[in-house]
Design a protein around this ligand. Sequence first.
Ligand code: ZN
Length: 233
Amino acid sequence: MPGSPEIRASVREVSDTRRGVTLGKDPPIRTVEHLLAAAAVLEISNLRVEVHGEEMPILDGSVAPYVEALAAAGVVEQDASRSIHTVTHPLWLASKSAWMLAVPSQMFRATYVVPLDHPTLGTQIVDFDPRRQRFATQFAPARTWGYAHELDALRLAGLARGATVDNALGIGSEGFLSRPRFPDEPARHKLVDLIGDLALLGAPLQAHVIACRAGHTLHVDFVRRLAGTATTR
Ligand SMILES: [Zn+2]
């Protein structure tokens, strides 16, 4: 873009959270959460990203291609210290029926509860504990998802133009509209989005975060709250 404007991946720069996370306004850069999730789980804290256009590539709708590309490029350890955010007491935030909670923990861990708006799919609960699970194979491949009626409405509104059965998992009245990569793929993807949004804190978070029915807007509000209360060391 003219002048190659730069923007910092910080919660202070968030300008929109309706469909993914947008940083900045003039120009904006949209859908930054997948790349940030990949960088966060690979513990990359110093990264310059050059983008053509106003949106990060959606790729296959998951963060797996970003994880693979970053891992293949390699990570260099730098001679500098980096801070970590810890929480010393439980912190919570709620909006209507959605809520988030962070409790003190020896290391980062995330749990996501997704009550699906569907009569037979029910409630999905996933837990990411880096000591027991591999993010690259168990969470990174989970794709963006949505309800068919919402995707149709978004398309009519001119948004989510890139969403197709190839890069998004649709849920219709009959259930999944294509073959899911995991039975609980929607909850796995929500957890991935959460990790990407938590990266906007600017430092790794050492806490157990539990989210229920949340989304980007609550995630980002929670990061703002963490930024104001968490202790950095
Ligand atoms: Zn996502």
